[in-house]
Design a protein around this ligand. Structure first.
Ligand SMILES: Nc1ncnc2c1ncn2[C@@H]1O[C@H](COP(=O)(O)OP(=O)(O)O)[C@@H](O)[C@H]1O
Ligand SMILES: [Mg+2]
Length: 356
């Protein structure tokens, strides 16, 4: 019998907690720093060991979906990808972290979700699993609805953001798909960076591609600086100057010590950056090559993958009106077939990531 860790603690700190297990109150020691829960259970009465066990809690692989510009298809892609990944046998939780336009629940046909992220942010529940809602007709798929019109996510304090990011890792699913929204607010960048695999969505529109580059640039800079600076210092540096490339970042970092170049390189090498072109018939090869050159030359991104393209499809638009992912409603529509190909590419990246 597995103790319910949610009853063990309503805060995030590791340490000794009390739980009721098999009708008896026990003290447990929880170490969640490595993602494992190593638990020593002993009765409160005599302090002697009752059992000593280690539970391996497998962490989910997080796939984040972001863009520089709004309206390029992030929510549509996130919801369809989540559906297809669940359909391929994985347990999936789809999380709406778009502060500006939380609408995933509408795309999934849930107009009035029973729970939302707000319940977690307002501490009405202790874990994200408690606000994850099963969806009728979709096996293995759960959804965490966004905060709707509330500004809770947009104005989220750094501590709440950090807590939310920690809890994303604890969601009980094989895969967590996160729609992070558009723009360069710190919250959005951090939610994007929370992904083990990051998907940048763009159309073929040059402004959407440029905005995606700017978005990725800020995310990369934020990640690189996070490896050795506090959040406050990072915010000040980013606000004060427009850092052009990693060389400029490295020279800033040199002010904080000689070993920072390695920290920067390591943090950039961890990125698994994937690009999806939406609403295109053909991949705009020349424009993608330019984006690739910018990312590799200026940001030294090594792990860059073009996942594919999704055509403009009336069937997809119709599916939105029917509040269902097109992949479920019309699996043979051209957009659905393209989304399936993108999903297969994501699964390859997930396998590579998990094998590391
Ligand atoms: N492949 C596509 N084919 C047809 N329409 C699309 C496609 N992708 C997106 N759209 C349209 O664009 C709108 C915006 O998509 P959405 O996923 O909400 O963008 P974002 O989340 O990036 O703001 C959708 O409501 C839909 O009408
Ligand atoms: Mg959206």
């Amino acid at each position: 019998m597995k103790p319910d860790l949610r009853t063990a603690s309503n805060d995030d700190a590791a340490g000794t907690k009390k739980i009721t297990f098999c009708g008896i109150e026990h003290r447990i020691r929880v170490d969640l720093t490595s993602g494992d829960a190593s638990i020593v259970i002993h009765p409160v009465d005599d302090g002697g060991f009752l059992c000593l066990t280690t539970i391996r809690k497998t962490m989910p692989t997080i796939v984040s979906v972001g863009s520089g510009k709004g309206g390029v298809g992030k929510s549509v892609i996130s919801s369809n990808i989540a559906y297809l990944l669940a359909n391929s046998g994985h347990s999936v939780t789809l999380v709406d972290l778009d502060a500006g336009g939380a609408d995933i629940h509408i795309l999934m046909g849930e107009f009035q979700p029973r729970f939302s992220l707000t319940d977690f942010i307002e501490k009405k529940v202790a874990t994200l699993d408690e606000v994850a809602q099963r969806l009728d007709g979709f096996a293995r798929l759960r959804m965490i609805a966004g905060t709707g019109d509330s500004l809770q996510t947009a104005n989220m304090p750094a501590a709440t953001r950090a807590k939310l990011l920690r809890h994303l890792r604890r969601i009980e699913s094989d895969i967590v798909v996160v729609d992070v929204g558009a723009g360069t607010h710190f919250n959005t960048l951090d939610f994007f960076l929370a992904g083990d695999i990051q998907i940048g969505v763009t159309t073929s529109d040059p402004t959407a591609i440029l905005d995606l580059y700017r978005f990725i640039k800020l995310a990369v800079i934020r990640k690189a600086l996070s490896s050795f600076l506090s959040q406050d210092t990072i915010s000040q540096i980013i606000k004060k100057r427009d850092i052009k490339d990693i060389d400029e970042l490295t020279s800033i970092a040199a002010e904080y010590g000689d070993d920072k170049r390695q920290a920067i390189d390591k943090s950039i090498n961890e990125l698994v950056l994937c690009i999806v072109f939406n609403q295109v018939t053909e991949i705009p090869t020349a424009r993608f090559s330019r984006l690739q050159v910018l990312l590799q030359t200026y940001l030294r991104v090594k792990n860059l993958h073009l996942l594919g393209k999704i055509p403009e499809d009336q069937a997809l638009r119709n599916s939105i009106g029917k509040y269902q992912p097109v992949s479920s409603l019309e699996p043979t529509a051209i957009a659905s077939l393209a989304l399936q190909t993108v999903c297969e590419q994501i699964l390859i990246r997930i396998q590579e990531f998990q094998a590391k």
